[in-house]
Ligand binder design. Sequence first.
Ligand SMILES: NC(=O)c1ccc[n+]([C@@H]2O[C@H](COP(=O)([O-])OP(=O)(O)OC[C@H]3O[C@@H](n4cnc5c(N)ncnc54)[C@H](O)[C@@H]3O)[C@@H](O)[C@H]2O)c1
Length: 260
Amino acid sequence: MGNDMGALAGKVAVITGGAGGIGQAIAGRYAAEGAVVCLADVSGADAQQAAADLGGEAFGVELDVTKEDSIAAMVDLVIERAGKIDVLVNSAGLYGLQPWLKITAADFDRIFAVNVKGLLFVTQAVGVGMVARGSGSIINIASSSGRRGNPSSVVYSASKMAVISLTQSAALGFAPHGVRVNALAPGGVVTPMWDRVKQLYSDAATVPGGDIDTSMAKSVPLGRLSVPDDHVAAAVFFASDASAYVTGQTLNIDGGLALN
Ligand SMILES: NC(=O)c1ccc[n+]([C@@H]2O[C@H](COP(=O)([O-])OP(=O)(O)OC[C@H]3O[C@@H](n4cnc5c(N)ncnc54)[C@H](O)[C@@H]3O)[C@@H](O)[C@H]2O)c1
């Protein structure tokens, strides 16, 4: 049974990219805080396995955020199973390393389809029910890459800046309806995505010495990369009533990389 004393007791949360590193960590903490959690991921089998591993009140669903019928089916299934959606975490995302002169239209479309368009339409599909019920909290996973342009990950960086913009626009649009929208902007997080980032940098040989972990850690004021657990407390805060007067914010969780 769920934790009925937890910060998220009685809430139902959907986490896109729930089979991924950050999504899974957030799902685990949400379940421990008493939420019923739906892990939704393009890899439905991984989402189901991750939900089973959580042990709390969690279930996995296959969701492709680039497909409107898949989004609608996910929302229907969660409503059927859990009755409502109180919290949405948009964590599904794709990384890409393409410098200016090598970007293709296909790279652009692939990354924006998930990171921007997918996030927007999942938010819209879940937002309809939240607006009708007059409450809800949406948490977008942006990135420190969205705080500053980057000569190597041009499209990814632009997509994450777009996530910050969508966070602000949704916060303003939904505020009159009691729905809050905030974002996290993580720096480097050691997850399966981070392994791909490292591989791409090493293939492109753009990091002197080839050791991106060391060079990144050196550039972080707190002197290290992060782990998924570094991000879960803020995700609980934004989901819970403790942040009832906070909306439209993007919180840097990056060891001091971005200052605002
Ligand atoms: N790892 C980092 O260094 C880092 C830093 C800043 C921000 N982020 C962001 O955090 C979020 C989570 O990243 P992560 O590190 O956990 O990555 P990850 O690759 O471990 O997880 C991402 C998940 O998204 C899923 N996904 C991809 N396309 C999808 C689609 N079309 N529909 C549904 N699910 C889809 C993947 O299957 C995967 O399980 C992403 O938005 C990422 O951009 C990551």
